[in-house]
Design a binder for this molecule. Sequence first.
Ligand code: G3P
Ligand code: CA
Length: 348
Amino acid sequence: MLRFSIVYSVLTGVLLMATGTAGASDSGVGEAERKIVVAHRGASAYLPEHTLPAVAMAYAMGADFMEQDVVMTRDDELIVWHDLTLDRNTDVAQRFPGRAREDGEHYVIDFTLEELRRLQVTEGYAVNEQGEQQANYPDRFPLWQSTFRVHTLAEQLEMVQGMNRSMDRDTGIYPEIKDPAFHREHGKDLSRAVLSELKRFGYDSRDDNVYVQTFDHDELKRVHDELYESLGMELKLVQLIGGDGHDWMVNENGMEELGRYADGVGPHYSRIIDEASTQDNVIITDFVRLAHRNGMAVHPYTFRADEGQVPGYARDFRHMLELFYEEAGIDGAFTDFPDRVIQYIQSR
Ligand code: G3P
Ligand code: CA
């Protein structure tokens, strides 16, 4: 097995651009040569996030995994979409006047799939005090240019599996169960629906190239303790780690608890290199060590090369990658720039 692993590593190193980076290990722990790249919302630095063209581009770049944030529509369809709302990156307000909630936002869960398919999808933007739309990332794909649409989880899985066949690859998927508590409040069991859909597409075992992720600690445990048995499946699980509410996870006891059911953790990268770091003093926390000790891979989010997005303690994006992959010892990363991270891993 070890010999296979070494040969596999060498081969994948040679074939990297043709076949993607090395495949994911079961745990990612202690297999330093097997670093993965997760295309965050597709190749979202280059095309609008969570659109099928962005998925195709990330696939062609050779990302190991495609990330899908998943939310549910009013008529119980699963779509690949990051926000619970539609306002940041569609024309929903113009197309469906009068359908906003009291907070002024239009919620996916209030629309049918047929309605959502009529929306124009674009890059993320905010509206300034003058009422002008301003792109969140000004150097990315232009606002409202070309034509992009909402798509379902099934449509993306069909596409990835189709490309896996035509390209003779096994690119993985990395679906996130997005805010299951919100969906439950609206009478919808998002986790069960997502898992059922994955099973319908043949993803049902830990050997499959899938990580299921969520920020919701109780829900990840529910998936592990109840839903897997109920649905007759078991996929690898990743506990996402966000802000203050997740502080309890980031110590000896917390990591031990997570390690009982999670195969990996997905923290914001500031949990791994302290934000107080400078170029002369990079402070690496014990996060990776604790996760590895408890058998979990570490896949932080979100690595972006846009102007202003590289932390000051790194000289540039490549240096940021070096610090995280080499010095801190992460096993993979979510990135909007899969090509840049693959290029870096190739050159290691
Ligand atoms: O799921 C990993 C990363 O995507 C978490 O952040 O908000 O982009 O889903 P978010
Ligand atoms: Ca996500």
